[in-house]
Design a protein around this ligand. Structure first.
Ligand SMILES: [Zn+2]
Length: 340
């Protein structure tokens, strides 16, 4: 038997994808705005902030994928990606708004000082009265970069550069910037990719969770049906019995072997708890104890199994349990006899 992968159906609850993209974008805007403000007033952490955006948007997307029963990994991942990109764009946009607000105030103060200054001529004062600080600012950006507003600001920010220190980076600091021009654009691109990549990966892997199309529910039960030796060869032998669909051999103590200290193999069944008609997922994992209560799990094999195969496995497990019960009863009787 060749391992048979689980294929998501691509379906989702009505409206779940639209809700996903809306939630992802709202989350992106919220975390992006917070990060922009934190970076202005506290600290700006290069690469950590985009990671955080990806994780927050990915987390929100993951929840919606679960509740909205979204089994379309590609679409879910792309929509989550969009939320992360909106988050990164929000950082730049809020940076721009904060910068603009500050510069406009400075221009206003300058203008007022000039109008109050008796040395400034009446003609110049009249000129100053005709133009608002906002117009002055956009006029400057247009003159220098060909466009005002947000796009002009981005060019200004790239030109003034980004200083990367150990603590992070900040736009337009007094120290010499580490990156300028194309270097800044590359950094921004990298940040976009990072945020989008994390959100994409989180959403993609959640939407690939096995789902029972019969019960319209995620597989919600994972049962360890056997534990064995975690060394290379016994695990190989164990997988061979699964490939041969030899379930009694798979569950036989001779195949499984004894788990050693800190290293064991485990055979898991993921299934729908409600019905018997779905196809469970069978996997072999190796669990390595890495320290106090910590364990590292790696998957060695994974396949879907048919319902009749699951029934055969359940039957063998029942027989094993019954045999163990008989043995335990016999033991109890024997020790009771010995005492009397
Ligand atoms: Zn089911």
């Amino acid at each position: 038997m060749v391992a048979r992968a689980y294929h998501p159906s691509g379906k989702s609850a009505p409206g779940a994808l639209i809700k996903l993209v809306l939630l992802a974008m709202v989350a992106g805007v919220a975390i992006g705005a917070v990060e922009s403000i934190v970076s202005k007033y506290v600290v700006n952490l290069v690469l950590i902030f985009p990671l955080l955006i990806g994780m927050v948007v990915g987390g929100v997307a993951t929840r919606q994928i679960k509740t909205g029963k979204i089994r379309a990994p590609g679409s879910a991942a792309l929509l989550a990606c969009l939320g992360a990109l909106v988050g990164q764009a929000t950082i730049h946009y809020v940076d721009y708004l904060l910068w603009r607000n500050q510069v406009v105030q400075e221009i206003r103060a300058d203008t007022e000082a000039a109008r109050a200054n008796p040395e400034v001529g009446a003609e110049e004062k009249a000129e100053l009265a005709q133009i608002t600080p906002e117009q002055q600012l956009d006029g400057f950006l247009e003159l220098k970069y060909g466009r005002g507003g947000f796009l002009g600001y981005l060019q200004l920010a790239a030109e003034s550069g980004v200083s990367i220190s150990r603590a992070g980076h900040s736009v337009g600091e007094d120290s010499d910037p580490t990156l300028t021009g194309s270097g800044v654009y590359t950094l921004w691109g990298l940040e976009f990719l990072l945020a989008a990549g994390v959100a994409f990966f989180m959403a993609y892997s959640r939407a690939r969770h096995p789902f029972c199309e019969i019960c319209d529910a995620w597989y919600d039960r994972t049962v360890a049906i056997a534990v064995g030796n975690g060394q290379k060869q016994p695990v190989k032998d164990l997988i061979k019995t699964i490939e041969a669909a030899d379930w009694s051999a798979m569950l036989a103590p001779a195949t499984l072997g004894e788990p050693t200290k800190g290293l064991s193999s485990v055979v898991l069944v993921e299934r729908c708890a409600t019905c018997e008609e779905h196809e469970p997922l069978l996997s072999v994992k190796v669990v390595r104890q890495t320290g106090k209560g910590k364990a590292q799990t790696s998957e060695r094999y994974r396949t879907m199994i048919r319902t009749d195969e699951m029934r055969a496995i359940a039957k063998i497990l029942d027989q094993q349990a019954a045999a163990e019960q008989v043995a335990a009863d016999a033991q109890a009787t024997a020790s009771a006899d010995a005492r009397s």
